[in-house]
Every structure is written in structure tokens, then in C-alpha cells.
Design a binder for this molecule. Structure first.
Ligand SMILES: [Zn+2]
Length: 717
């Protein structure tokens, strides 16, 4: 250090490092540029950071110095636009004011007066679309970030509700698409998302959260992280479409594709939406991290099918609100949907570039309709949706099997932390942990597959990222089996939970196995075997996040334990919860149903309490296939036996006769925000009965104060 010039000669990079250490300065980028100008200084406020953006004409070189609570950026060869005042009083969280002054010839200094306890991050953004070169100064609040993290963990651990994470697209410096009338996509999608959150939060058993709740940009990575931290059962990204063709209109639904886009239009859309990180400003927004094949592989059958089935349901519901652009779910490589373990869709609600639809998008009534439509699709999809997964994931470990032929492989079900019974605090639980020593050449995926865990689970268990480097010799946690729990009343109490899964049990003992076919989901398999997805998970010692692989076998029935449900403390409780929640039990035989005008797969599925996927399977149809009035399709017989108090058992045949018997009606006055769907639901009347009674079609508009006939007695469900 005594002779810094020696270092200069040795290595420029080293010199820079030393310079950085000594003076807290840094130089970016190294090339010297001609005269430059600061065009504008703007700011955005998020809960966990305040962002200052400096627009410049050219790529900008600056020196950064931090003295106490003042951060200064020095610019050379740079002027400041006259319209920018010398002192900007912000008084926003983390920053009081910004001042700038010239310091010598062609040198300019911008000072940021910061609060205590903030972290700063400064980075450059390239030109993109209509954005100039930008320097971003993020003033971050670690205490808020920590609190947010804790809140998410808490929501996740409560495990009482299905958690839906809603992602309003764009935000902050990224307005998204802009309508001819000047409407910003980021604003309308935030409104729709907030309404969807409200709608879902009004439903028992649901909690909804937003990835952003204000006008600021959230990078893709963080949006996905938020969904994971909440342990979301579903992730829905809300957007508005745009096209050069001003006539383009209608909504569409996208899910993640692993191998290219389903159409040219889908590819264009993905390219456009994927720009958000660069426009909105993410430090690594332009680094095109290669599509990680492991991550994409992990988007396994179950999640993908669930996303697609759910997307189809959303489309079916959207059809009732307005025009749908594509009748089938589109697939594209959308970065915001890269959630291998969480069913995720992106909804393009309408075309903001179409003048009429732009007006709709601004209209709170339309916003509510879209929100309720998507929300109702979630409610209809509920039987396939898992409850929020446990915080410490349940994993299944199969030890290497002994060579002896008759020797059973030892299956250890590592149960999750037990669900706390309502109102009782959960005490600490002791756990026994098993490890795997990483060998040369092993990947996380390989290890996950070996222990029949999902990659994300393995990563989470070891507090590492899916793509973190894996060094030989590292000890990886591969199972965590909880052996005791403490309850407030009884103190320590031992509960054995090892009987949850014995996957290597011989088949001769009455257990029934099912070979998973392509396109099947836990829900369809559960229905087929008259059980619930939760039961299947219990039976196989899996968590709902574990991917289903076509060709694999899962246990669907375990005669030794009656209903396929093992006995035992927490298992019992969990099953009870499962029973209360998933009160569906399907039958394997079918009956037929004549398609009526206005029917969609979604409406039929809904009416018969089955899923679109199941209808498709039964009728060898594809989602999006035309449904002609007058044709007959198969529906699962006695589609449902409902077990909750207000839901009585109604076999399909009986329901039909009830429907015929229903005579006489009452009048209902339509309220603002009502949809045919919500009215039907509220009055427990099948939608088609409501339609036929009022001689309406599904897409007919509904006006506030309009009179609707409703059956006098709602004896349908
Ligand atoms: Zn968008």
C-alpha cells in the first residue's frame, strides 16, 4: 500500500479495487464520454425502498462518495437541465432532499441527504424503448425488508387458508402499455389486482396478497420470491395487452412454456412482457440468464397441468364478461411465471391499445368484473388447490435399498410441523435431521431425485438457491422428521407420525396404486379414486409441491387404514382439515349431459362440481374444443358428495329433477358490481337456471337495478 503506483502498473483492476476501498469511490463505466446532460431527476416510493432515477442523455460516468448521511455523485463533462431546481425537497422515507451544484469546470455534484439506517445501491440502466440512459439510486430499508419477510413467513405458517399471490404487472418507471387516451397499464392492473385481493379476502379460507401495492417497480425475481415466501397456492400476474393494430381486443391467458411459444403472437407478447425488468429498472434486468434447464424441467406435469387447467377455467369465466381473444390458454416463456412449484398464470385482461377496451379498463365496474371473474375461477378451482404448504417442508426419504430381495426399503416419512390447532400457540418442535454428503459431479437435482424430493424443497431445507454452486463434501440436509410438539395446555407430548407413508409396502396388502398418466393432476386422480388430493399426499408422504411424473406410481388406497387415511395424531387432524375443506368425492362412473346454448366446459364443470380437466379426460376433448349445443357429453356421475353442513348431497340425476320441479320465482334487483356469476353463487342457483329463467345468454350485459328472476327455493346445492 505504500507505493500504489506499483499496483497501477500491475493491474488496472486491482488499482480500481484499492481506490474503491480507500476513497469509497467507484467509476462506471470506464470509457470517457463527450458532453452529457442530466435531463431529469425522478423518484418512486415503495414500502421497502425509495428509488431516485437520474435521466441522462448519454451513458454516464460518475464518482460516488459517501460521507456520513450524504451520498454524492460527481459527474464530469456534464450539465444539468435548467428546469431542475438546485434543491429538491423530497421528505420521503429514507431521503430528505437532493441538491446539486457545479463544482469546477464541467464538473457537477449531486448530493442525496439520507436518513440513518438505510442501505444504498447505485446502478446504471441502458437505453430501452423510450427510456433514456438512467442512473438508479435505491435507498433500501433493511428493517422493513426484514419485517416483510417475517409477515410472509407468518402468513405461510398459519396454514389455515389458501394463499393467492396477485402480481400487478409493471409499475414505477415501467408504465407497461399506454393507451391512446393516456391510460397506463401499470395503473389499471393495480386497481384490478386490488379488487381481486378484496374479493378473495372476503371468501372464507382464502388470503390474497399483492407483489406490489403502489406505483413502484418490482423485479421479476422479487415477484417470484414473494410468492414463494408466502407459500402461495397460486400466482396470478395481471396485465393489459397492446398491439399496433388498434382493433385488436379481448382477454387472453398465458402460462409458462418449457419449449417455445404456442404461437408467434405468444412469443411477441413474452418478448414484450419480459422487457419489464429493463424498463422498470432491475440491477440485472438485462442479464439474460439462460433459461435454466433444471428450473424448466421442474415445471413438472402437476404444476403445468394445474396452471393450464386453471387458465382454461379463467378463460371460461372471462368469456362471460367480454370478448376472449384466444379460446385456449397460450404458452410462452414468460419470466414472471418461472415458478416451478406454484401454478401460475398471466392474465391479459383486455387491450389497452383498443380505445373501447381502454375505457373499460379505466372503469371501476369493469375492473371489479374482471377481478371477480378471476376470483370466481379460483374458487371453482379450489378442489385442486392445496392449502398453503407447511413452513418446514414434508419430505420423503428413501434410503438406499438393501440388496436382499425380501428386504423392504426403509421409508421414513418426515412429517411437516403439525398444523397448529386454532388459537393455540405452537411450541418448539425437536426434529431429527438426516444428511447427504455431496459427491463429485452430483447436482442438486440429482440428489433431489434420489431422495424423491422436489428441487425447491431440497434447496429450501438447506437455505440455498436452486442454482447455487454445490461443492463436493458439503453436507446437505435431506430430511427433517418432527418427533414432538409442544402445545400450550399439555406441555411436551410425543406424537408418532412415522406411519404416514410406506411407499415400498408390497401391493398384496390391499393397497392400490395408480400409474400417473400425462395430463393428470392430483385432483383428477383423487376424484377418480374417491379421495382428496390431501389424502393422496398424506398417503404418499408427499407435499403438494412435489412434481408428479407421468409413469410414476402413487398409492391411492391403503386398505389397512380404511379410507386410505393413516391413523395418528397430526395426521388425523390434518385429514379432518382436508375433509372439511375438500369435501369432494367423485365416482368413477359417468352419466351424460346435453350441452345447452351458452354452456362452456367451465360452466358444466361448475354445475356438476367437477373440473374442466376431468370433463376433457372423460370426453377425450382438448381444452378449447368447440362445444356444440345439443351434443351429449359425459360427466362424472354423482359428481359430488358434499359433506359440509350447508352443502347437501345432490346426485346429478336428482339435481336435474329438482331443476325441473323448480317453479315460482322471486325478484332480485341487480346491484352495482353484481355479475350473473356472483348472483347465481349467492343464491345457490345454477347459472343455467338463472339464465333460462330470465331468458338471458351468458354474455348479456347486466345493469344496476335490473330485475332478475330467481327460483323461489334454492334447493340446488
Ligand atoms: Zn404487461
Amino acid at each position: 500500500m505504500t507505493d500504489p503506483h506499483r499496483f497501477v502498473r500491475t493491474s488496472g483492476r486491482l488499482m480500481a479495487a484499492i481506490w474503491l476501498m480507500m476513497s469509497l469511490c467507484c467509476l462506471l463505466p470506464p470509457d470517457v464520454l463527450a458532453a452529457n446532460a442530466i435531463l431529469n431527476i425522478r423518484h418512486w416510493v415503495a414500502p421497502d425502498h425509495t428509488r431516485i432515477v437520474i435521466d441522462t442523455c448519454e451513458r454516464t460516468r460518475y464518482q460516488m462518495v459517501k460521507k456520513g448521511q450524504v451520498l454524492s455523485l460527481y459527474f464530469r463533462n456534464c450539465e444539468v437541465q435548467e428546469s431542475i431546481p438546485n434543491s429538491i425537497l423530497l421528505n420521503k422515507k429514507g431521503i430528505e432532499k437532493i441538491q446539486h451544484e457545479s463544482v469546477g469546470k464541467y464538473r457537477h455534484k449531486v448530493d442525496f441527504f439520507l436518513d440513518k439506517k438505510v442501505k444504498t445501491r447505485v446502478f446504471n440502466l441502458k437505453r430501452v424503448k423510450d427510456k433514456p440512459y438512467r442512473i438508479v439510486i435505491d435507498i433500501e430499508f433493511p428493517d422493513v425488508e426484514k419485517k416483510e419477510l417475517e409477515e410472509r413467513a407468518e402468513a405461510r405458517q398459519q396454514q389455515r387458508d389458501r394463499i393467492i399471490v396477485i402480481d400487478p404487472g409493471h409499475g414505477g418507471d415501467d408504465p407497461g402499455a399506454i393507451g391512446q387516451g393516456g391510460t397506463y397499464e401499470k395503473d389499471v392492473v393495480l386497481e384490478i389486482s386490488r379488487k381481486l385481493r378484496t374479493h378473495l379476502n372476503q371468501q372464507p379460507g382464502y388470503r390474497a396478497f399483492l407483489t406490489r401495492d403502489g406505483d413502484y417497480y418490482v423485479p421479476f425475481k422479487k415477484r417470484l420470491k414473494i410468492a414463494r415466501e408466502y407459500g402461495a397456492a397460486m400466482f396470478i400476474s395481471i396485465h393489459a395487452d397492446a398491439a399496433a393494430n388498434r382493433d385488436a381486443r379481448g382477454s387472453s391467458v398465458y402460462c409458462l412454456s418449457v419449449d417455445g411459444a404456442s404461437s408467434a403472437a405468444a412469443r411477441i407478447l413474452a418478448n414484450k412482457e419480459n422487457l419489464a425488468d429493463m424498463v422498470g429498472g432491475s440491477p440485472n434486468g438485462d442479464s439474460h440468464e439462460a433459461s435454466d434447464p433444471i428450473i424448466l424441467n421442474m415445471c413438472q406435469t402437476n404444476t403445468r397441468n394445474m396452471s393450464k387447467n386453471f387458465g382454461t377455467l379463467v378463460l371460461n369465466h372471462l368469456e362471460r364478461v367480454g370478448h376472449v381473444k384466444f379460446k385456449a390458454v397460450q404458452e410462452a416463456q414468460l419470466r414472471v411465471l418461472k415458478l416451478p412449484e406454484i401454478p401460475s398464470v398471466l392474465v391479459e385482461t383486455a387491450y389497452i391499445s383498443n380505445m373501447e377496451e381502454e375505457e373499460w379498463l379505466k372503469d371501476p365496474v369493469f375492473q371489479s368484473r374482471i377481478a371477480e371473474t378471476v376470483g370466481n375461477a379460483i374458487l371453482e378451482f379450489e378442489p385442486s388447490l392445496p392449502l398453503t404448504p407447511p413452513a418446514s417442508p414434508a419430505v420423503l426419504v428413501r434410503h438406499e435399498q438393501g440388496a436382499g430381495a425380501g428386504k423392504k426399503g426403509v421409508a421414513v416419512a418426515a412429517s411437516s410441523a403439525p398444523r397448529p390447532s386454532s388459537g393455540k400457540a405452537k411450541g418448539p418442535s425437536s426434529s431429527s435431521v438426516q444428511f447427504h454428503r455431496v459427491k463429485r459431479g452430483e447436482t442438486l437435482l440429482k440428489i433431489a431425485l434420489r431422495y424423491e424430493m422436489s428441487l425447491s424443497e431440497l434447496a429450501r431445507l438447506n437455505s440455498m438457491g436452486i442454482s447455487d454452486p454445490l461443492l463436493a463434501g458439503k453436507r446437505l440436509k435431506i430430511a427433517q422428521s418432527v418427533t414432538s410438539e409442544t402445545s400450550e395446555e399439555t406441555g411436551k407430548r410425543e406424537i408418532k407420525k412415522s406411519s404416514l407413508s410406506q411407499i415400498s409396502e408390497p401391493e398384496g396388502q390391499g393397497s392400490v396404486f395408480h400409474k400417473i398418466k400425462r395430463g393428470e393432476t392430483l385432483a383428477t386422480i383423487a376424484r377418480r379414486y374417491r379421495t382428496t388430493p390431501d389424502n393422496l399426499l398424506k398417503l404418499n408422504g408427499r407435499t403438494w409441491k412435489d412434481p408428479l411424473y407421468a409413469g410414476n406410481r402413487i398409492k391411492v388406497k391403503d386398505d389397512g387404514h380404511g379410507d386410505g387415511v393413516p391413523d395418528g395424531g397430526s395426521a388425523d387432524r390434518a385429514v379432518k382439515i382436508a375433509k372439511n375443506r375438500d369435501s369432494l368425492r367423485g365416482a368413477s362412473s359417468t352419466s351424460s349431459y346435453e350441452v345447452r346454448r351458452g354452456d362452456s366446459l367451465g360452466s358444466i364443470a361448475r354445475e356438476h362440481r367437477t373440473t374442466v380437466g376431468e370433463l376433457c379426460r372423460l370426453n377425450s376433448m382438448k381444452i378449447g374444443d368447440a362445444l356444440l349445443a345439443g351434443t351429449t357429453i359425459k360427466i362424472p356421475e354423482t359428481a359430488v358428495v358434499a359433506e359440509s353442513q350447508e352443502e347437501r348431497t345432490v346426485p346429478a340425476a336428482e339435481a336435474t329433477s329438482t331443476r325441473r320441479k323448480a317453479t315460482g320465482h322471486i325478484t332480485y334487483r341487480v346491484k352495482r358490481g353484481d355479475t350473473l356469476d356472483t348472483i347465481a353463487r349467492k343464491h345457490k342457483t345454477p347459472l343455467n337456471v338463472l339464465l333460462s329463467l330470465n331468458k338471458m345468454k351468458l354474455n348479456d350485459p347486466l345493469y344496476a337495478n335490473q330485475s332478475l328472476k330467481l327460483p323461489r327455493e334454492s334447493s340446488f346445492f
